[in-house]
Design a protein around this ligand. Structure first.
Ligand SMILES: C[S@@+](CC[C@H](N)C(=O)[O-])C[C@H]1O[C@@H](n2cnc3c(N)ncnc32)[C@H](O)[C@@H]1O
Length: 253
């Protein structure tokens, strides 16, 4: 569905139908997907400016334009990237594209099992856990619908990395969407392979950063997080629908 929203070619009829059903409720879904992708690129550039060159990208998604490794390697040639996803189709595409890229590995894993990912021999061989790591959870945590489980897994990743590491989150939030529109959206995602979606409030997403110091400008709409071109990226008018929130936190000692 996300690939369809981004204008990609790697989706099935069932994905298109579900994505169009979301579009009918939330006509700016495509804009949100693109804005999310742009946020991802800006956050990677910010992390490299902070001296972080190791990336653990959880729920990495299908390779598309300006993937994490491309942005990172463009700005820091010694960057190392681990892509993790639990969708077999994503893994096939990612491995095909990255087969001959020594900076990057692709691992099958479920972010609900942090210990398995951070203890995976290939992950540990590729990333140095004694140095800061950027843990990316971009447009994925809302698929973990249980609040306690979302908090627990973020805390487990936090405890696996050293001070100076960063957490990047973008997350769907109700915004001004009406209750019945959110319920209809939830129903579509419940029938999809993601199994559901949680639209968390600003306060709820903020609580996921427990133990991290939020970088400026804090937890904001995705297009408002350090925009390259503020005027061009800001939506002309608020849609009245669900929104995406984004933030980057730094783990201090
Ligand atoms: C909307 S895409 C986001 C892709 C990318 N992070 C981005 O923001 O452009 C969500 C991805 O998360 C993956 N995903 C969903 N639940 C997951 C889980 N529990 N563990 C690992 N990956 C998951 C999906 O397979 C999908 O590829």
């Amino acid at each position: 569905m996300y690939d369809y929203f981004l204008g990609g070619k790697d989706h099935f009829a069932v994905d298109r139908e579900a994505a169009e059903a979301i579009n009918a409720i939330s006509p700016d879904a495509k804009d949100l997907a693109r804005a999310n992708r742009e946020f991802l690129g800006r956050s990677v550039r910010h992390l490299i400016d902070q001296g972080v060159t190791q990336f653990l990208d959880l729920g990495a998604g299908l390779p598309t334009r300006d993937n994490v490794h491309e942005v990172a390697l463009r700005h820091a040639r010694d960057s190392r990237i681990v892509y993790v996803d639990n969708d077999p189709m994503v893994l096939v595409h990612a491995r095909a594209i990255l087969a001959d890229n020594p900076s990057t590995i692709v691992t099958e894993g479920d972010l609900r099992d942090p210990g398995w990912i951070t203890g995976h021999p290939e992950v540990r061989a590729h990333l140095n856990f004694d140095e800061p790591i950027a843990v990316l959870m971009v447009a994925v945590l809302h698929f973990v619908t249980d609040d306690g489980e979302a908090r627990r897994l973020v805390a487990e990743f936090r405890d696996a990395v050293v001070p100076g590491s960063h957490l990047v989150i973008s997350h769907m939030s109700p915004g001004e969407a009406a209750g019945d529109a959110l319920a209809a959206g939830r129903e579509i995602y419940e029938k999809s392979s993601s199994g559901g979606i949680a639209f968390r409030t600003h306060e709820e997403v903020l609580s996921l950063f427990d133990g991290f110091e939020l970088c400026e400008p804090g937890l904001v709409r995705i297009s408002d997080w350090r925009p390259d071109h503020p005027a061009a990226e800001a939506p002309a008018t608020p849609s009245g629908g669900a929104i995406g929130l984004a933030g980057v936190g730094r783990l201090d000692s």
